[in-house]
Design a protein around this ligand. Structure first.
Ligand SMILES: [Mg+2]
Length: 242
């Protein structure tokens, strides 16, 4: 990106950020939590071969939590009842084990902590200095906790997360609802605001929401995939916009 291409984000009314993969490397915490949980489960149930990070990419990455659990157990020829999302984390059902992973995630998050991407923090500093309003728009129900542990929570007056989306029955990304609601909570017009995303479904959501500028952050998805999804601009790191 040349200097001439570099947009001045402070010229927009607001900047709305996805959290996981944009502000924090949350995937690492999820990988650690899945590994911890399945190592304990495999040992208790004598399941072989042992869990490896290849299993994460083959069975878990990008899937809904319960579908991921079912897929991974199927890869070891283990069949258990699906259960119900209300199952407690101790229960040996697909849903119970999925809920157990969330408990382990919170444990790992608090034990390991999480450091935000330095380039993202640098951009937040620029926006704060200019007084540009910012918000988080995340599908995660852990967004508040991740922001707190990362030391970012107090920077954001508006956090539109998975808890609010569920409460208000908002359609998840790639539907535009969550980004549009984030802009509404911030009191800004998407047509004069910026959205920043690292996932294809997130870029599609922001593009469908009519944001003036949709920035894709390529953490591995690929620049062309993000462009095809509707990103006006793709960067490898937000430091490029500072
Ligand atoms: Mg993301």
């Amino acid at each position: 990106m040349t200097t001439a291409d570099k947009p001045d984000l402070t010229a927009y009314d607001a900047v709305l950020f996805d959290l996981d993969g944009v502000l924090t490397p949350t995937a690492e915490v999820h990988m650690h939590a899945w590994r911890t949980m399945f190592e304990e489960l495999f040992a208790a149930w004598d399941i072989t071969p042992p869990y490896t990070d290849d299993d994460y990419f083959a069975s878990l990455d990008g899937k809904k939590r319960y579908d991921g659990v079912a897929s991974l157990l199927r890869s070891r020829d283990v069949e258990i009842p699906w259960g119900d999302p209300s199952d407690p984390p101790e229960k040996d059902t697909i849903c119970g084990i999925g809920n157990r992973k969330n408990v382990v995630f919170e444990r790992v998050l608090r034990a390991d902590g999480i450091a935000p991407y330095p380039g993202s923090v640098a951009l937040l500093d620029v926006l704060a200095a200019a007084g540009t309003p910012i918000a988080v728009v995340s599908s995660s129900k852990n967004a508040e906790e991740v922001l707190r542990v990362a030391g970012l929570r107090e920077r954001f007056p508006v956090v539109m997360d998975g808890v609010i989306a569920e409460r208000d029955h908002l359609a998840s990304k790639p539907a535009p609802d969550v980004f549009v609601e984030g802009a509404r909570m911030l009191g800004v017009d998407p047509a004069r605001s910026v959205a920043v995303e690292d996932a294809i479904s997130g870029v599609q959501s922001a593009a469908a929401g009519g944001f003036a500028l949709v920035i894709g952050v390529d953490r591995g998805v690929g620049a062309s995939a993000l462009s095809d999804a509707g990103a006006h601009l793709v960067v490898d790191d937000l430091q490029e916009l500072v």
